[in-house]
Design a protein around this ligand. Structure first.
Ligand code: FE
Length: 242
């Protein structure tokens, strides 16, 4: 089997969200797709360890916010690489609620759907929720973000909970070499903390990063160039001074 063939499947990028008992939950999904038109059904595939999954199971509702192409990558870090058990993912984002009450992230999005779960299928690591669309809307005329665009622009691999995650060993070669891009931020070391622009992890030189063998008191500029963000695996070039 050639696992690279899976990269030829096309997807968008979405925020799937729900709410139960006042607790909002949401995550970044690439597997959200229309299943039928009569009735209009949409399916999402949620990892069982994802904090949003039990919220959808209990509430029976979910929303799909279609991210726009120019979406700030920090929202992908916030919803895709952090856990709602640790942070309130909705604390600094614009969202609205409609008939189901599931939060719809309106910025940076081009469209939204809200669904009532009609069926769920246990597929092992994930649960496939089928939902009847009970509301939808256009937010802007912008272009939707595709998974391919995101992967090529930011050179990111899917996080392990994503349905499309492929273990590195299963790929014959590593991810494609990073190309120089104007979007990649290069900075002189200011001596202070640096934040990962993909997921929001902050490197504090006073603390270092023991998980990567970087001791306390190491300025960011002195970390080896092959350093990777401990949260999202982004390279050193994706960090900027706080
Ligand atoms: Fe990160």
């Amino acid at each position: 089997m050639d696992y690279k063939a899976f990269y030829k499947l096309s997807y968008g990028l979405y925020i799937v969200a729900s709410v139960f008992d006042g607790k909002k939950a949401g995550y970044i999904a690439n597997t959200a797709f229309q299943v039928t038109s009569q009735p209009p059904l949409v399916a999402v595939s949620c990892h069982k360890k994802n904090a949003t999954t039990p919220v959808i199971e209990k509430s029976g509702i979910f929303s799909v916010s279609v991210l726009k192409k120019e979406a700030d990558v920090s929202i992908i870090g916030q919803f895709g690489f952090m856990s709602g058990d640790d942070i309130d993912k909705f604390r600094n984002v614009k969202f609205e609620t409609f008939s189901t009450g599931a939060p719809v992230v309106t910025e940076p999005s081009v469209a939204w759907f809200e669904c009532k779960v009609t069926n769920s299928i246990d597929v092992g690591s994930h649960i496939l929720f089928l939902g009847e669309v009970v509301g939808s809307g256009i937010i802007s005329d912008g272009e939707p973000l595709t998974y391919r665009y995101y992967r090529e622009k930011y050179k990111m691999l899917a996080p392990p909970n994503a349905p499309t995650y492929i273990e590195k060993e299963k790929l014959e070669t590593e991810a494609p070499p990073r190309q120089e891009s104007a979007d990649i931020i290069r900075n002189e070391d200011s001596g202070g903390s640096y934040i990962c622009t993909i997921c929001g992890f902050t490197y504090d030189p006073e603390v270092g990063d023991p998980t990567a063998g970087v001791g306390p008191g190491t300025p960011f500029g002195d970390i080896p160039d092959n350093y990777k963000c401990p949260v999202c695996n982004a390279g050193k070039d994706y960090f900027k001074p706080v």
